[in-house]
Design a protein. Structure first.
Length: 320
């Protein structure tokens, strides 16, 4: 029988049914509010230094749009007649770390609103002091403005270029560039000694039911399913195991084969050409690739016919 923690031929069980889903724990720890306050303080400090609170960043714009689409833009605070709306709260939260955004909104919102109120109050003081005429402020606003303009334009180009037709074309290219590889399906019986493996090979070779023997004798996790390892490709199996399995005819049983996990008796049950992944299985990766392609297309178009010179720190022209 399988031992707790014992691996099959790969160091991990290859049965798909044993893959555990990743679940996010959104339960707030006892010191959540302290940590959240620290996260908000860190973010706000970085934001002020970068000038990000003076303008809405690319992420913030997406949050505002989502808020406007999902419901009314309610007033959340009023400071001397100036309103803070739900879109302002959503834009700020959109810039927070993932672990903070995962927390309940009833915990985040009051802290964010307080930070936004503090920001508006300090901005009033800054304006009264004439800080808007400060050269440092102007430089940071100009830098942030250029970045936002770039991001908004790129976002519009990505949105219009990211079509199902282009994704399908990219998928077809992906399939053509990745021809199907051979996959084997096999069962095995894993034991500790060569002597045991020889005895088992003789038994199953003589007609004993392979799955029954595997369930009784194998020390690998697959013992519970009659030794069945499912389909696997060459790159996921130890070389001695793969070489022995691929040399078999379907239905044949191998001589004992040694790997670092012990001795294996292998039965080949099927072989096939691996089917390509469905479009939806690689959609996320292809969407990211297409997004990068669209950005590169924009950059190439932007550089067409434009004379560009670059210089090193000493003012010497860099030959491109």
């Amino acid at each position: 029988m399988a031992r707790p923690g014992q691996s099959d031929v790969n160091g991990v069980s290859v049965k798909k049914s044993q893959v555990l889903a990743d679940r996010r724990d959104t339960t707030a720890p006892p010191c959540f509010e302290t940590r959240l306050n620290e996260d908000l303080m860190t973010l706000s400090n970085v934001a002020r230094l970068s000038g990000a609170l003076a303008v809405v960043t690319f992420v913030g714009l997406a949050s505002v749009a989502a808020a406007q689409e999902s419901g009314p833009d309610r007033v959340r605070a009023i400071i001397a007649g100036e309103e803070i709306r739900q879109s302002d709260v959503d834009a700020f939260i959109g810039q927070l770390p993932d672990q903070v955004r995962a927390a309940p909104r009833e915990q985040i919102d009051p802290l964010v609103i307080n930070e936004l109120v503090n920001t508006r109050l300090v901005v009033k003081l800054a304006r009264a002091a004439g800080t808007e005429q400060d050269e440092t402020y102007k430089l940071q606003v100009e830098t942030a403005s250029l970045r936002i303009l770039q991001n908004v334009y790129l976002s519009s180009q990505i949105e219009s270029g990211l079509t199902e037709e282009r994704l399908k074309k990219l998928y077809d290219e992906f399939v053509a560039a990745n021809p199907p590889a051979e996959e084997l399906r096999a069962s095995h019986i894993l034991v500790e000694t060569k002597e045991s493996a020889l005895a088992i090979a003789a038994g199953v070779g003589g007609g004993a039911d392979f799955a029954e023997v595997a369930g009784r004798e194998s020390i690998g996790p697959s013992a519970s399913v009659g030794g069945d390892l499912g389909y696997f490709a060459k790159n996921v199996m130890r070389a001695p195991f793969w070489e022995a399995a691929v040399a078999l005819q379907v239905g044949a049983i191998s001589d004992p084969v040694q790997t670092q996990f012990g001795w294996h008796v292998i039965k080949l049950t099927d072989r096939r050409q691996a089917p390509p992944p469905a479009l939806d299985e690689v959609r996320e990766e292809l969407t990211q690739q297409l997004t990068n392609d669209i950005v590169q297309e924009v950059l190439v178009r932007a550089r067409e016919g434009v004379a560009i010179e670059t210089f090193d720190i000493d003012g010497n022209r860099i030959e491109n």
